[in-house]
Design a protein around this ligand. Sequence first.
Ligand code: PTT
Ligand code: SF4
Length: 608
Amino acid sequence: MYGWWGRILRIDVSKRKYVVQELDPSIYSNYIGGRGLAVKILWDELVPGVDPLSPYNKLVIASGPLSGLPLPSSGKLVVASKSPLTNGYGDGNIGTMASVHLRKAGYDAIVLEGASDKPIYLYIENDNVEFMDADDLWGRDTFDAEDKLVREHGRNIGVLLIGPAGENLVRYATIVSMKGRSGGRPGMGAVMGSKKVKAIVIKGTKNPPIADEKKLRELSEASYKEILSKENYDFWIRQGTMATIVWSNENSVLPTMNFREGVWEYYDTISGDLMEKLKVERRGCPYCNMQCGNVILDEKGEKSELDYENVAMLGSNILLPDLRKVAELNKLADMYGIDTISLGNSLGFIMEASEKKLIREKVEWGDYGEVKELVKDIAHRRGLGAFLAEGVWRMSLSLGREAQDFAMHAKGLEVSAYNCHAAPGMALAFATSPIGAHHKDAWLIGLEVKMDRFAYNREKVEKLIFLQRVRGGMFESLTTCRLPWVELGLNLDYYPKILSATTGIEWSMDDIYRVADRIYTLIRAFWIREYNGWSRIMDYPPMRWFKHPLTKGPFAGVKLDISKYDKMLSIYYEIRGWDERGVPKKETLEKLDLKDVIPVLDSIVGLR
Ligand code: PTT
Ligand code: SF4
């Protein structure tokens, strides 16, 4: 087999044992890798209904056939598990040297099982795995802990680690790497913490088997060159994702005051233009010539790497008009290993709950001093921080009906930084994202602002499914960064060609879309199996967008229309081959070679 090693490393941290398992080649041709491999393992192996924070949950760290190869933006890997935040399927995508070393160590994925009785870290060097004592690492932040591991094992390693938030089982704790790359929004860091694994250090020295090295080199050179030749390359290098602040404000989608509004009069206090003036460094993931990690000095004069989502959620969404202060909160989130999107949502939610007197504590909008303390308290689950550590969905359930209307989540995952009062297509994208309200599977808003904003039509649904196939299916299974295509328009045709040269199997775009549909349908089956009482309401966006119209900007007075939204959702189901409940039909499961799913879903919901 070329492209894949055909081997995964299974580590039981309860028994401190590991085994290398060979996988059937059909798994790779049906699921490619990354997210596909992860959901296949989780579907096959988890005990249905398992508690996500129990030893019986599993954490999958999966590469794809292109990860870690010298190709544009290929230094990515997927971390996946049953989510302690949503109780459904959860994953995230991290750009890290750990991706390169995982491939070089000779594995396609690592599966962590069980739970250690005391803190440990794993040292993996090719075929050898050591269970190391982590008493001295536990409690340290991710920056400090990574420095210590580098002193111990040298620079030539890949490290994935959790901070205090993961250790203390904050439901939206992430896994962090390289002081600023963070992934696994739906609590993958908490799953790692529940296993008492502080870090995974990987060192590999082998080269993955490639079918046609010469062809791959040619395609790699051509695609790197094409990226450099793009008209907006220079602007991208200057601002990266931070350019989106101005764009979002112009298009009335900048999350403001817990998504109450889509415009903010102080947007220029957190903008990409300001960031450019303050920038001291640029960073990025391995093998990338787009290096989009923009670093400024925060309030304390320390380095903080900014991205659009972080800045919007910790800036406009909580009304904090100061980029250096936002940068300080962002740095704390990376150090503690907390997802910035869920953090900004949880803070916005608690500020609104305080304003409406639904809680006793006073938390004012934009109160930087209070917020800084709260971030630390969330990571350590202290006082009000322990409540916030549960995430918006759980907080809203305990505060009653009124709070549920301004709880900004779908399926339990907090919404990323795009307000959708005037964007029904993007609202559907959030609501049907396979991990909850994340933008990564379909950033439809970029297209929607150029279409009829207020239309609820088939054209939008078709575009949404196209994006889910490419972004959520192809990029998450290959596993490479999607930004060369999304931001600079790198030709999509490169990807099937590169995959074919790597694996020696001829892949067309349609073959990849078929895998993408299989992955989506299996993830949907996973949700239905794990989530007691599935219904189409699970595919609804936050109620605020239906109930509370915007009061500012060009779209003042606008909100979503629930019956039109519902019709659009039916079109989505029809195209996917799912029934009116959002359950895959029997014929769809047969068509996608998911026959083993049929009896399971049939016994839970009755297939149509
Ligand atoms: C991603 C989500 C995003 S998406 C952002 S900013 W973005 C936030 N980043 C966080 C952060 O930083 N620190 C932190 N403590 N929490 C954070 N939460 C948020 O997490 C990220 C980039 C970005 S920056 C984006 S769009 C693209 N995402 C990709 C993706 O999902 N898949 C893919 N194949 N390629 C992608 N390329 C881009 O990668 P999650 P990273 Mg991230 C500091 O992890 O869980 O997927 O959530 O991994 O290495 O930092 O790269 O405007
Ligand atoms: Fe990483 Fe940015 Fe490059 Fe993507 S474009 S690989 S997120 S540095």
